[in-house]
Design a protein around this ligand. Structure first.
Ligand SMILES: C[S@@+](CC[C@H](N)C(=O)[O-])C[C@H]1O[C@@H](n2cnc3c(N)ncnc32)[C@H](O)[C@@H]1O
Length: 179
């Protein structure tokens, strides 16, 4: 079973989309009820973790670890606090405008990775802005677990992709593997 957490309107082939009402990252009982003795092969979670406080995010990482089968992975994406565009950073800021009104944390690679290593995961960064202002993207398989707000998929990156413009909307994206 491959499960999207906090899916909102997102749907991807081969993935079961769930909402907070079914699987709440802050309510372990919802996971126990949904999964029973089963475990997920993979979780996908795009732009959800920033809605949790740091402590809630750490608890949620431990919860997801528990409900992944050994060898499974979580692909997780959040706004990137090192994105070079001040307009982007304003849009995703803590207590930001519109849908960001309940953003609790603006992560960077350095603050996000320990949330998952602390829960027992081995972490592979897929996309992020580094402290020196460079963008890093590993050769990751976007189709295996799609993240829309990524360099490859987001419509706001079209000009960047064809070399005619600046980066639009990217994310800090990690794979967190359970051994
Ligand atoms: C900005 S929306 C992102 C929706 C979708 N993942 C996307 O990328 O379009 C934030 C989502 O996080 C979900 N969410 C917030 N807190 C959550 C929690 N504790 N457990 C599960 N989902 C949560 C909300 O219900 C909402 O669907």
């Amino acid at each position: 079973m491959k499960v999207i957490l906090g899916a909102g309107g997102q749907r991807w082939d081969g993935w079961t989309a769930t909402q907070q009402s079914e699987l709440d990252l802050l309510a372990p009982a919802t996971f126990a009820q949904f999964f029973g003795e089963a475990r997920a092969e993979a979780f996908l979670c795009e732009h959800v973790w920033e809605h949790l406080t740091l402590e809630e995010g750490k608890r949620a990482a431990r919860l997801v670890y528990e409900f992944l089968e050994p060898g499974g992975f979580l692909r997780v994406a959040v706004p990137d606090g090192r994105h070079p565009d001040p307009a982007y950073r304003a849009l995703v800021a803590v207590n930001g405008p519109g849908p960001a009104h309940d953003h609790r944390v603006l992560y960077t690679l350095e603050s996000f990775v320990p949330v998952f290593t602390g829960a027992g995961f081995a972490v592979t960064p897929l996309e992020y802005w580094a402290v020196d202002g460079t963008f890093h993207s590993s050769d990751w398989d976007v189709k295996a677990a799609p993240v829309y707000r990524s360099s490859a998929l987001d419509h706001r990156n079209a000009a960047w992709r064809d070399g005619s413009g600046l980066p639009g909307f990217t994310s800090l994206i990690l794979d967190a593997h359970r051994s």
